[in-house]
Design a protein around this ligand. Structure first.
Ligand code: UDP
Ligand code: MG
Length: 338
């Protein structure tokens, strides 16, 4: 780790053009229990780095004391900024708010629950400081403390997204990553309502590098994810990045229609050759129910896309801010360069 820190320092010394300040963005939703430890560990890591730093805490409408805790950090440390959203908008919107307001030459996004170890930050900075990458992803090596269901469903999801998505999505990469100024600006241009961030990070492209790490179990509090949420998250990912389901629906429909036509012809042939057959009830029922099922599924798929179109046409802002308390010192850009 020390090697990496000094590497970053060397690189910062060599490259004085736009590699001197860092913004750390932390989306926070009811995390009062872990915030003090997170803050302590963040500060310890950042002190050792040769950069001006701001820590942007985005309070995503927390109902516990998170906001007061952050305000106390801010009172003690002028590098802390607090962005309070007007209500809970969800992690994706909170991250977007953070990216919009972070001013650093590089922005690092990190979860508040200490599942993303702050100690990895110097390793994320390395490739960027050396000018080797615009995006440095933290890639999970192990998934300690996660259930079998979560692990297998996550694996299946990545595999599926790899198959259907157009932009390759690195596997086992969460939101923990570093983005250079260029990458942040590009990301900020994507203003869609349904923000499947993993997909957006992949979509912007640029040179991306993954740094492996071991993901810890949550430190305190509970995960805000449950199976239903994860399921809709996957639907989000798929419908935001591919129209393959619409094509599948078309082809399934065509196939069923062709089979139904063949079946119809065989019935007509039977009736003409062998006379009318009254006991057709079971086959009739099967055909009606099957077609009904296919149609409902297809309409459902269409609905997913139509719903997204409707959400986009409203053109609402992605989040609303109740209060913005900027960092008062050590802010990126404040110090003269040299
Ligand atoms: N979070 C947020 N808004 C929400 C839900 C979560 O800002 O509506 C934050 C949360 O405080 C944490 C991060 O997003 O810093 C990840 O949340 P969580 O640990 O619940 O997700 P998981 O690690 O299970 O993916
Ligand atoms: Mg977590």
């Amino acid at each position: 780790m020390d090697d990496l820190i000094s590497e970053a320092r060397d690189a910062a010394g060599r490259d004085t053009a736009g590699r001197r300040s860092l913004s750390i963005v932390v989306p926070v939703y009811n995390e009062a229990g872990v915030l003090p430890q997170l803050h302590r560990r963040l500060i310890a890591v950042l002190e050792a780095l040769p950069y001006d730093v701001e820590i942007v805490y985005v309070d995503d409408g927390s109902r516990d004391d998170s906001c007061q805790v952050i305000e106390s950090f801010r009172a003690a440390d002028p590098r802390v900024a607090l962005l309070r959203l007007s209500r809970n908008f969800g992690k994706e919107a909170a991250m977007t708010a953070g990216f919009d307001h972070a001013g650093g030459d590089a922005v690092i996004i990190i979860d508040a629950d200490l599942q993303d170890p702050p100690e990895l930050i110097p390793e994320l900075i390395g490739p960027w400081a050396e000018g080797r990458a615009e995006v440095v992803n933290a890639q999970r090596r192990s998934r300690a403390g996660e259930t079998w269901l979560k692990r297998t469903s996550a694996a299946a999801f990545y595999r599926l997204m790899e198959k259907v998505g157009r932009a390759p999505m690195p596997r086992d990469v969460g939101d923990f990553r570093l983005l250079s100024r260029v990458a942040v600006e590009d990301l900020n241009r994507l203003r869609e309502q349904h923000r499947f961030m993993k997909g957006l990070f992949a979509w912007i492209g640029h040179r991306q590098i993954s740094v492996p790490y071991d993901r810890d179990p949550r430190h305190a509090g509970t995960s805000k994810w449950n199976f239903i949420k994860l399921w809709s998250f996957s639907i989000e990912g798929i419908t935001s990045f591919t129209t393959v389901p619409l094509k599948v629906a078309t082809y399934v429909g065509l196939l069923v229609a062709v089979l139904a036509l063949a079946f119809g012809l065989s019935i007509i042939y039977d009736t003409l050759v062998h006379g009318s057959a009254v006991p057709g009830y079971p086959s009739l029922m099967v055909v009606v129910l099957f077609l009904g099922g296919v149609q409902l599924t297809t309409i459902g798929i269409l609905g997913e896309y139509v719903g997204r179109i409707s959400d986009e046409t409203k053109g609402r802002p992605l989040y609303l801010i109740q209060e913005r308390l900027p960092a008062t010192a050590g802010r990126p850009g404040d110090k003269p360069s040299g």
